[in-house]
Design a protein around this ligand. Structure first.
Ligand code: IDP
Ligand code: MG
Length: 149
């Protein structure tokens, strides 16, 4: 099974959307195997968004992501990277399809409430930034035999 890294960003936390977002992930059948809330430090934020260093929005992105608590998760399941990117929707909420998290719950590129890793390589890199391996649980959900053939 594949793992991906998900973050409810500070705007999602402030707007009281943690539960709604987690419910969508769980309902799809994906399994949350790690979860914690903390305020990301500047160093962690720069490592997490390293690929965007030098872009015009980089500093405001760092300021925003460190501005308050966010919720970090590891989500596991069949093709979880691809499935989570499709549940999350396009980066620009104005282009995100209705039914996606961003398309239903946000309006602005800089306030798009959730992060999801864009590849298996990014997922592995981001999980290692935010979690120790010992913080990631290994268990079977009781509905797994009905989720997978
Ligand atoms: P993603 O979150 O859909 O993977 P990325 O291109 O990796 O999108 O960008 C990371 C985050 O940086 C986005 O979620 C968004 O919050 C912010 N961002 C990306 N491009 C812009 C921009 O052009 N203006 C403002 N913020 C941006
Ligand atoms: Mg990205």
């Amino acid at each position: 099974m594949q793992r991906t890294y998900i973050m409810v960003k500070p705007d999602g936390v402030q707007r009281g959307l943690i539960g709604k977002i987690i419910a969508r992930i769980e309902k799809r059948g994906l399994k949350i195997v790690a979860l914690k809330m903390y305020t990301i430090t500047e160093d962690v934020a720069r490592a997490h968004y390293g690929e965007h260093e030098g872009k015009p929005f980089f500093q405001s992105l760092i300021d925003f992501i460190t501005s308050g608590p966010s919720v970090s998760m590891v989500v596991e399941g069949k093709e979880s990277v691809k499935v989570m990117r499709s549940i999350v929707g396009s980066t620009n909420p104005l282009e995100a399809a209705p039914g996606t998290i961003r398309g239903d719950l946000s309006l602005d590129m800089g306030r798009n409430i959730i992060h999801a890793s864009d590849s298996i390589e990014s997922a592995n890199r981001e999980m290692a930034i935010h979690f120790d391996e010992s913080e990631i649980a290994s268990f079977t959900r009781i509905d797994e035999q009905w989720l997978y053939e």
